[in-house]
Design a binder for this molecule. Structure first.
Ligand code: NAP
Length: 251
């Protein structure tokens, strides 16, 4: 079996289920040691067994991403043990309320922004030095088509705002690392996939018509490899294409 990520260390947030779990397992299959972060300890332990089953190892981090100081401590712990981080997968996210802006409870708004945006910034803040210390640091942030649909799709306000902000965050980090490091930063649009979040967002949809996280995960391996050279762009899984960002243009 080819193990192109052998000797590499990857942190995956939201690794307990759905897209994050599939990415963690795919990176493990490619030989990476996985630092798996989520709140649900039992699901992390099941992932640990699966990672051993594909011949790799995991370190479990049962943690709420809203505990920002824990993310600072995580950076310090990774530094102590490994002195570098090769791959960061900022995957964890919440949908939040799907409702008109005027009806949203402020704590629910705050939670979506905390998990989907601020936690990823706190991870960058905590892990930047470790990604730069790796010989080919790679960061992927899992966004959504909702980042680009706010002008015609009502009611997805908190989620759309958070994913647009996540993309601005990732592109800023790409710009800051482009000429001063070997770090490459990519944004990923998974498109609709068969997960718990999708089922919550679209309860009337037949999940069997959707692609799965296991279909997406192998497509992200090249973006995590030392050969990958693009930064600040978006990998769109439905189109299976790398897309560039453009400023708004006149009609
Ligand atoms: P999911 O099945 O609901 O999984 C979400 C993951 O995030 C879980 O592992 C969950 O773990 C973790 N998480 C949520 N809140 C957390 C917190 N406060 N602290 C730590 N971990 C937390 O969702 P998914 O569909 O796999 O979504 C993964 C990413 O893909 C999200 O960013 C989502 O926005 C994006 N996305 C999904 C789709 C789709 O169709 N599925 C489409 C576009 C974008 P615990 O509950 O164990 O903490």
């Amino acid at each position: 079996m080819s193990r192109p990520l052998s000797g590499r260390l990857a942190l995956v947030t939201g690794a307990s289920r759905g897209i994050g779990r599939a990415i963690a397992l795919e990176l493990a299959r490619a030989g990476a040691h996985i630092i798996a972060l989520a709140r649900t300890q039992g699901a992390l332990e099941e992932l640990d067994d699966a990672i051993r089953g594909v011949g790799s190892e995991a370190t479990l981090v049962p943690c709420d991403l809203k505990d920002f100081e824990a993310l600072d401590r995580l950076g310090a712990a990774i530094y102590e043990r490994w002195g570098k981080l090769d791959i960061l997968i900022g995957n964890a996210g919440v949908l939040g309320p799907v409702t008109p802006l005027g009806h949203i409870d402020p704590p629910k708004w705050d939670e979506v922004l905390a998990v989907n945006v601020t936690a990823n910034w706190r991870l960058i803040r905590s892990l930047d030095v470790l990604l730069r210390a790796a010989d080919a640091g790679r960061a992927l942030f899992i966004s959504s088509g909702a980042a680009h649909t706010a002008t015609y799709k009502p009611y997805w306000g908190p989620y759309a705002v958070s994913k647009a902000a996540l993309e601005a965050l990732a592109r800023t980090y790409a710009a800051e690392t482009a000429t001063t490091s070997k770090v490459k930063v990519m944004i990923v649009n998974p498109g609709p996939l068969r997960t718990r979040m999708r089922a919550t967002a679209m309860p009337g949809e037949d999940p069997m018509i959707l692609k799965t996280p296991e279909d997406l995960a192998p497509k992200l391996l090249p973006l995590c490899s030392a050969d990958w050279q693009e930064t600040g762009k978006l990998y769109d899984f439905p189109k299976d294409a790398i897309l560039s960002f453009r400023a708004p243009a006149a009609d």
